[in-house]
Design a protein. Sequence first.
Length: 336
Amino acid sequence: MKNKGIIGSIIALAVVLIGVFAYQMGSRQTNATENKKEIKTVGILQFISHPSLDQIKDGVIEGLKQEGYEDGKNIKIEFLNGQGDQSKLNSMSQQLLEKKSDVLVGIATPAAKALANATSDKPIIMGAISDPIGAGLVKDLKNPGGNVTGVNNLTPVDQQLDMAKEMFPDAKTVGMIYSSSEENSKSQIERAEKRATKDGLTVKKYAISSSNDIAQITQQACQETDYLYIPQDNTIASAFQTLINESDKAKKPVFVSVDNMAKEGGIATVGQNQFDLGVETGKMAADVLSGKSKPADTPVNVIDYGDMIINEDKAKELGITIPEKIKEKAEVVEGE
């Protein structure tokens, strides 16, 4: 009888142990499944490499992190760079879809358009797009209505040209160099031309088809104008030093539209911080991931202000004296 009791106890204990083991294994599998579900994918497509867009990309990652989404922990970031090649942008958009991206981020207009052409279902966040309506990305800034929303960095053109007028009150002619293939650039030039003409300036526009045109076009523009104005233009940004080399030879100042380009040789700007634009983009992507918002009913975040920045080293190099009242209002930076 004792043996039967012992055997019964052993069997009962075995049943309990098996139950505990099964529960632990089930619990582990459940946790593993839950952890797997928590890892979402953010697909980032960048048009080309240059400091401004690189800063936006870094800002996107930081914005996601600030909202609790960190690469390698609870999200996986898939980053691709088209290096200015439209066919690559199209194929890379498909690659990001194949990687099951939960949200897509397009940095610069061509990248955002490639993503929008690739899908009408997956949410797309624009990373600092100058003219989203003109580019056909959204129909309305307040009510996007589709699968695209994001950040619209509306360059403060009026402030930039006011600054130029204050620095060069006797200037008669401004040269505006831009890329004929970039909708964002053409849109800004149209705004700048209207404002400069209103101020009594003669505007001469110079369109480039590729970065190979920059040296020759800049030489011509410097001969025919008092100063140069450069919009937010990815083609020019990718070869900006070529432009600056030519403008320096002619001793002509270059007003730029991006903060870091003032450090790279432009004389001044009222520019927007590209990293901060990226942070705002990343936060909007995080809201989509968390389910807080959907692109269709999320207004585009319009950022239309900037900081006054002057490159005093460049001014001295060109023999230009910056008015003290501008110095008092501006951030003074040194050339790189």
